[in-house]
Design a protein around this ligand. Structure first.
Ligand SMILES: [Zn+2]
Length: 314
């Protein structure tokens, strides 16, 4: 994931999108019961880190794929597995796998949630102590997957009224964002090979959502690409008491897995805690992106918002 400063968006757009939200039939009154388990999500993150780096082609990547496959088969109605080979700009053949865990696959009203499950082969942030080391990928990788897995548990316990798809994309973080080379591989593949059936009403990407000092600003391309979705999701966050974390402030614009989905016509937003050069992300793309930086409470907040979006969408 990489980016630049984005443009603002106006309050008139916000008003317009609120009207659109009402027309779309969003329930505006009730607060659904809390059902996501942040502590269990933190355990899912710990399990991922125990596999070692999940770099495409590595042993840790293969072990994690086996684990995800069996875990998702036990929870979803159907599991769609996409396997393909990507030849990198350096000529390496990467075995890549996307997993799509589907709940109520025949439902025409659908939501899509996604996260990347791979980790970066190089700790090449400017401040990294050793750029040759892989990124452990606690916040950058494991946190988003942990939220999706916690949601899978909740959806298994109480099936959704609408269709829900949980997409685990591979190869987000393999290559060079500045050259647009070998990055966002899984989301690009999925955008070109979407599941059969209805297009999701919108999609939510979770990335870097587990650190202890969680602040979710409104990512720039989400605001420009799907302003009504941003407004609806932030409104739900406020309704369940998480308005202090989900701030109605413009964040940076990031090249992340929501972009290929937007380009394929899916209204996708990025829920991410990230500011360039800010004090809140000192471990991004460094060897210090480790389990001790994660917080069950932060995963809880994001998982609660995700589940509330599911339960409140009609
Ligand atoms: Zn990354």
């Amino acid at each position: 994931m990489s980016g630049t400063r984005g443009e603002g968006y106006t309050s008139s757009m916000r008003t317009l999108s609120a009207v659109v939200m009402l027309l779309a039939g969003c329930d505006t009154g009730t607060v659904p019961p809390r059902e996501f388990e942040g502590q269990a999500a933190l355990q899912y993150a710990q399990t991922q880190l125990a596999f070692g780096p999940r770099i495409p082609g590595s042993a840790g990547h293969a072990r994690m794929a086996t684990w995800l496959d069996s875990l998702l088969r036990a929870r979803a109605d159907t599991l769609m597995v996409q396997r393909w080979t990507h030849v990198s700009t350096k000529g390496d053949s990467l075995p890549l796998v996307n997993f799509l865990a589907r709940f109520k696959p025949a439902s025409t009203t659908r939501l899509l949630f996604l996260a990347h499950w791979d980790t970066r082969p190089r700790s090449d942030a400017p401040g990294s102590r050793d750029s040759t080391l892989p990124v452990p990928g606690a916040n950058d990788g494991a946190s988003g997957v942990a939220v999706l897995l916690g949601m899978a548990d909740a959806l298994k316990r109480l099936p959704p009224e609408i269709g829900v798809d949980l997409l685990f994309v591979d190869g987000e973080d393999y290559g060079d964002f500045s050259a647009d080379a070998d990055v966002l591989l899984g989301s690009r593949y999925y955008a070109a090979h979407q599941a059969p059936g209805a297009t999701p009403r919108f999609a939510i990407l979770f990335d870097m959502v587990g650190d202890k000092d969680l602040q979710i600003l409104q990512e720039g391309y989400s605001v420009t690409g799907a302003p009504d979705v941003v407004d609806q999701v932030w409104g739900i966050a406020e309704r369940i008491g998480q308005g202090a974390v989900f701030k109605r402030e413009q964040g940076v614009s990031l090249t992340d897995d929501h972009i290929p989905l937007q380009q394929a016509g899916i209204r996708a937003i990025d829920i991410i805690d990230f500011t360039f050069g800010g004090p809140d992300n000192p471990w991004h793309h460094t060897p210090e992106d480790t389990f001790d930086k994660l917080s069950a409470a932060s995963l809880q907040v994001v998982g609660d918002v995700g589940m509330a979006v599911v339960r409140l969408t009609k």
